[in-house]
Design a protein around this ligand. Sequence first.
Ligand code: S3P
Length: 175
Amino acid sequence: MGTIVRIAIIGFMGSGKSTVGKALSRKLGFSFIDLDAWIEKEEEKTIKEIFKDSNEDYFRRVETKLLKNVSGRKKVVVATGGGIIERKKNRDLLRDNFYVIYLEAPLEILYTRIKGDSKRPKLKLGEKGVRELFRRRLPLYKSVSNTIVSIEGKTPLNIVEQITGNLRDLRNENL
Ligand code: S3P
């Protein structure tokens, strides 16, 4: 693998993608893009409003457009939304252009963190629906990831240190 210039953080809702992505970008001296925040800015609406006024498919189209845009940038860490792996186009973009880090945790931990959050439209599916979504998405996350990092029992700082350690090892292997 050549030098890593573009990193994507993926994972289910509540896995801490934005927090970890931002801290990681600082540590690497890369810029940081939060894809969900960018979509909201671009559309001048919250994600909840986009889902309500348009629909999920429309949201996914904007998501793909912006992911494609990031795919041409250098020295960037992007935190994605939990559904980024739903579209094949996005999976291809991730595989082809990014070093992909999957933040993994059991659903029990994630669900405790996200339940009651009124900003996430997918929670309307209810606990059973969210569990099904999680199960269906697991292999998709894995299919695009270069590395899987368990977040269980770790602070964002622990996670970032583990990632930078992995990246350092990779670099040394390539010397
Ligand atoms: C979604 C996850 C959200 C956001 C949107 C859809 C999903 O991002 O992109 O609500 O389909 O899982 P987070 O993973 O940051 O909550």
